[in-house]
Structure formats: C-alpha cells, structure tokens
Design a protein around this ligand. Structure first.
Ligand code: TYM
Length: 326
C-alpha cells in the first residue's frame, strides 16, 4: 500500500483554507493509502510564539483533525515534537542541502523580508519538512500549492542522499487537489486565506460560529458583473467562492455555472454560506467532545509510538551509511 503524509503548522487558528487544501484531501485518501497526519509544532517555532497559546493550539489542531473525519484507525496521528528522531534526521539532511537551495525558497524570501531579525530556523525549516516526509518513506504528500516547492526540495535532497550513500529514501511527490488548491482571502481575493491574516473578515476559521461564517461570506468582495462565472483574473472573488463551493459540495466548476445561471450574487453567496455551515457545525460539535477526552490522548500515544519506531530505524540506517559509528 502506498503511503501519504501531511502536516499543519499550529501558528494562528485553523482555517477553511487548511481544511480544503490539506485535511479534506487526507480524509478522501485515507481509504486508499497508508496515511500519516501530524501537527507540525516544531515548525511553528520558526517565528516567535507565546508558549501558552501554542500549547492550546496544538491540542485544538489534534482534536480538529479527528473531528474533521480523519479516522485514527486508518491514520497515524501524532505530534511532531514528540518524535525526537525527526530533528536528528533533519540535521543529517541539512548537511546534504545546499545553502543556495534553502535560500531560494519563496516562503523564506517572503518571510525573511517581514522580520528585521529572523531565526536560522526560518531558513532550515524546509529541511525539517523533508525529514518529516522522508523518515517514513512517503510516496505522496497532499498539500496546497504554496507548499509544492518545499516538497520538491525534499525530493532533491532524497535523490542526492541516495546517490551519495546508497538507496535510503523513497522519492516523494506533492499531490495538489484540483479544486481549491488555493483558497483566497474573502476580502482580498488576490491573497491566500491565511491564519495570520490581519483582516479577520476575510478568513473563515474552523471554529467560527454560524453567524460569523454567514456574515463573512455574505460580505465577501465580488465584482459588479453579476454573473456566476469562473475567471480567476477578472473575477477573483466569485471564482474563490466557486472554488470553496466546488470543494465542499464535490461539484465541478461547470456544474456550478449551470446551477447558478441567471441567479444573483446574493443567492449564490447564501448557498456557499449554507455549504460552509453544513460542513463546519458537525465538525465543531465533535471537536468539543474530543478536546478534553482521554480518547484524544490514547490516539496520540499510539500514533507517536509507531512514528518513533519508524524514525529511529531510519535515523540508524542513515547514520550508519554516513559513517557515524564507533
Ligand atoms: P501550513 O501550516 O502553512 O498549511 C497547512 C496546509 O494547508 C494548506 N493551505 C492551504 N490550502 C489551500 N488554500 C489555502 N488558503 C491554504 N492555506 C494553507 C498548505 O498548503 C498546507 O498543505 N510546512 C507546512 C507544514 C508541514 C508539512 C510537512 C506539510 C510541515 N511538515 C510535511 C506536508 C508534509 C506548512 O507550514 O503548512
């Protein structure tokens, strides 16, 4: 059975963009693949974090994964920082990564511009992401398009390591879903819907209340044309709402255009809001049940035990091949 894996970084709150870009894909694929889903908490440390906020968000994320329908019997669900072999593997991989490669990453270039003093972790973070993937011999990595470049770096590092030290890693591939590859901000549909967005009305959080969800969608920026037609360049707002609707209702863009032919934007937005509410409310209910339960800890204990065992074997194999022996 082929293996898939993905992770989400607990910075800011989980959004509808994360759900459509990563979690929903994992849910659809969990029956066909051996699946791994983790909270990438070590990645959160690349920018300053308040420890108590981070602690709360980690548990929120884990509970939300399961509430979203990620089945613990079909997925290995774990917390990255509980697997100490992953940063150890990352160090070995860093020594097979060129500075030029890491500094060319778009996310590094963008984020390093935002801070006058940024951490070395911001530069080496894609190598840690490579370790997250490579330790478990993953075939496919379902991510949003913004992470594609990082998965490609993981491939390059794996190919180089295999060439220098002998066959060690499976070469992974990014899996980008056709619909909803990049859900945009509702107020500024040229930007991605992002957890750290300053304008809260442009972002739907997984734990938003029904009224807030409806208000945000009804207030989404559109154009003056009044036709539900897909054109990401000329009509980014409507196209974004169509992407959201397509992903949640599992419809094609053509089907949506036919469904809303002659309808005004108000009618369409209301349907999009209904679809989001129908998706999120049951998830929120299950999330509240799980948050303080033993069930959650039981799932995580099982997940991390397996993950550590796999990572330990990979670390030992790599270290030996690299000459790290008595
Ligand atoms: P992160 O936490 O920024 O995002 C988590 C996942 O959600 C996707 N995503 C989106 N997809 C569609 N529309 C959006 N608006 C949107 N916003 C976010 C992202 O593409 C991503 O798939 N470095 C990673 C976490 C990570 C990881 C890994 C992922 C660490 N190790 C190993 C895969 C494999 C990150 O920061 O994602």
């Amino acid at each position: 059975m082929k293996k898939i894996l993905t992770g989400l970084k607990p910075t800011g709150e989980l959004t509808l963009g994360n759900y459509i870009g990563a979690i929903k894909q994992m849910k659809q694929l969990q029956d066909q693949y051996d699946s791994y889903l983790f909270v990438a908490d070590l990645h959160a440390l690349t920018v300053p974090q308040n420890p108590s906020d981070l602690r709360r968000r980690i548990r929120d994320f884990l509970a939300l994964y399961i509430a979203c329908g990620i089945d613990p019997n079909k997925n290995l669900i774990y917390l990255q920082s509980e697997n100490e072999f992953i940063p150890a593997i990352s160090w070995l991989l860093e020594c097979s990564t060129y500075y030029g490669e890491a500094s060319r990453m778009i996310q590094f270039k963008e984020k390093s511009k935002q801070h006058s003093n940024f951490s070395v972790g911001l530069l080496t973070y894609p190598v840690l992401m490579a370790a997250d993937i490579l330790y478990a011999d993953i075939d496919l990595v379902p991510v949003g398009i913004d992470q594609k470049q990082h998965v490609e770096l993981a491939r390059d590092i794996a190919i180089r390591f295999n060439k220098n030290y002998g066959d060690t890693f499976v070469i992974p591939e990014a899996l980008i879903s056709e619909t909803g590859t990049k859900i945009k901000d509702l107020k500024d549909p040229t930007k991605k819907m992002s957890k750290s967005e300053e304008n809260p009305n442009g972002v739907i959080l997984m734990l938003d209340e029904e009224n807030a969800i409806r208000k945000k969608i009804m207030g989404a920026t559109t154009d003056s044309e009044m036709s539900v037609h897909f054109d990401e360049e000329k009509k980014p707002g409507i196209s974004n709402l169509m992407n959201i609707y397509a992903a949640l209702k599992e419809k094609t863009i053509d089907e949506i255009e036919t469904e809303f032919q002659g309808e005004n934007y108000g009618t369409f937005k209301k349907k999009v809001a209904d679809a989001v509410v129908e998706t999120l409310l049951p998830i929120q209910e299950r999330y509240h049940e799980l948050l303080h339960s033993n069930e959650l800890d039981h799932i995580l204990d099982q997940g991390i035990a397996k993950s550590r065992k796999i990572a330990k074997n990979k670390y030992q194999d790599m270290a030996k091949k690299m000459g790290l022996e008595r």
